[in-house]
Write a protein that binds this ligand. Structure first.
Ligand code: C2O
Ligand code: CU
Length: 481
């Protein structure tokens, strides 16, 4: 027979259990609600946001993403075979690191094309266990060539291949990288440079950080290249997750292009740095009759162009402001008569994401995957207001399109049209951008601080009538971020 004390003890225990369940049940509800399904169609994600436009305008009748390919016929002008491997490789100036290579190097081979060339890249996965893809960052390719696992193709499993074919329509500085488990694969080396319409004066400066080792063109420390002539076109590429200031010690410079688009009427810059957004590219014109040093974020890695001593300076405090740099010219679209107007508000809140407690990103107040799906129809003029109140900077990247900056914090852009595909949105900043929906498909629109994307700072732009059979997760294990 139980004694009176154990009976009281059991009663206390029961009361405690009921109280615990009362507290934990709602928590469990939120926890479960935060789980990202292991198999999810991007089309079923979140909720449709039509931006004030019709739900289905002229519908592209049931176009599958897989049909939106580059030219199937024709001999490529540029044909490249890339073999991806997980292996140890050497970072000159620093030593071996473990990561991923393409044809045994990281960065992978440079791909160089003339404007209008048909580019064909055959990607083989030798042994990357999670699978891989290649995304052509900044190149507005047809949707099926965009390389996003689970949205435009399945991840390429070990032993398998995938062929990308697209026409390099726009001159400019671009890069490519894996878009499968990208927050891990890009940082560990699966990336390379793509230049359309190279010039004789090109100097490439692709900056990448391998496990705290910042490199330029895959090499650590002061690196030197020959002066290509009296001036150089320095193609700066930031393949990292955070913004990078770049500047020139020992000479004035001009900003010739931003994210592949030439600046109209670039003027001479002295004593200022230029910000290269994560994922972004900036082309500079630099006089190289004497040796000059390109400062790349302020660490030990710099690029010296020319022979002899090059001055070494500190990062200038002032920055080139692309809102006012260069001279205006027509945008070729009328933002005042936009067909759709969206907002992309980035916030942060306490809660669960995929079952994990923490501080998580929100988009218009929602957490991934319950985020807005921005729906457009082909031909729409679209305006989007991007506002960041999340406490951190986010480099926002829309696939398949370039957007033009209309204003920042209510101040109108007055310089050269600022066309961008990688926009640095600081905390408490608001940008208004516009674009023409001229490339049908389903396109990622995400933060290019890739760990942030993996934490759910991802949404999509979807054209009415375009569908995909692909799934996130699923049998191919697609995990684009
Ligand atoms: Cu540079 Cu979604 O990618
Ligand atoms: Cu971010």
């Amino acid at each position: 027979m139980p004694s009176a004390t154990t009976l009281a003890g059991r009663r206390r225990l029961a009361v405690a259990l009921v109280a615990a369940v009362a507290v934990l049940a709602p928590l469990g509800f939120f926890w479960q609600g935060s789980l990202v399904p292991g198999d999810l169609s991007p089309m079923a994600m979140g909720y449709a946001d039509y931006g004030g436009g019709p739900a289905s305008a002229h519908v592209h009748h049931g176009t599958e993403v897989g049909q939106l390919t580059g030219p199937a016929e024709g001999t490529p002008d540029v044909a490249v075979d890339l073999v991806a491997r997980e292996e140890r490789f050497d970072v000159p100036g620093r030593g071996p690191v473990d990561g991923f290579t393409l044809n045994h190097t990281s960065p992978g081979p440079r791909i160089v094309a003339e404007q209008g060339d048909l580019v064909q890249v055959t990607l083989h996965n030798e042994n990357v266990a999670d699978g891989i893809t290649l995304h052509w960052h900044g190149v507005d390719v047809p949707n099926a060539e965009d390389g996003v696992a689970g949205v435009t193709q399945d991840a390429v499993a070990p032993g398998k291949s995938h062929v990308y074919r697209f026409v390099a329509e726009d001159a400019g500085t671009y890069w490519y990288h894996s878009h499968q488990a990208s927050h891990e694969q890009v940082q560990k080396g699966l990336y390379g440079v793509l230049v359309v319409k190279p010039t004789a004066s090109d100097v490439i400066a692709a900056v990448h950080t391998y496990d705290k080792i910042r490199t330029v063109n895959g090499e650590y420390g002061e690196r030197r290249v020959k002066a290509p002539g009296p001036t150089a076109r320095v193609r700066l590429i930031n393949t990292d997750n955070g913004p990078m200031a770049a500047w020139v010690d020992g000479a004035p410079y001009k900003v010739l292009a931003v994210d592949g688009t030439d600046v109209n009427g670039p003027t001479e810059v002295r004593g200022k740095a230029v910000l290269v957004t994560a994922g972004g590219r900036i082309d500079l014109e630099v006089p190289t009759t004497t040796a000059v040093r390109i400062g790349l974020g302020g660490g030990p890695t710099t690029l010296v162009i020319g022979d002899g001593d090059a001055p070494a300076g500190a990062e200038p405090r002032e920055r080139v402001d692309l809102l006012t740099y260069g001279s205006p010219k027509p945008l070729g679209l009328d933002p005042a008569s936009a067909d759709r107007v969206f907002r992309y508000d980035i916030g942060r809140r306490i809660g669960f994401f995929d079952g994990k407690p923490g501080m998580w990103w929100t988009i218009n107040g929602h957490q991934y995957p319950n985020v807005p799906m921005f729906v457009v129809s082909e031909g729409d003029v679209v305006r989007m207001r991007i506002r960041n109140t999340s406490g951190q900077v986010h480099p926002m990247h829309l696939h398949g399109h370039h957007v033009v900056v209309l204003s920042r914090d209510g101040v109108k852009a007055t310089g050269s049209p600022w066309w961008t595909d990688s926009l640095n949105v600081e905390d408490k900043e608001t940008y208004e951008v516009a674009f023409v929906a001229d490339n049908p498909g389903i396109w990622m629109d995400h933060c290019h601080n890739l760990p942030h994307a993996a934490q759910g700072l991802v949404t999509h732009l979807m054209y009415t009538g375009v569908t995909t059979k692909l799934h996130l997760g699923g049998a191919a294990g697609n995990q684009p971020e």
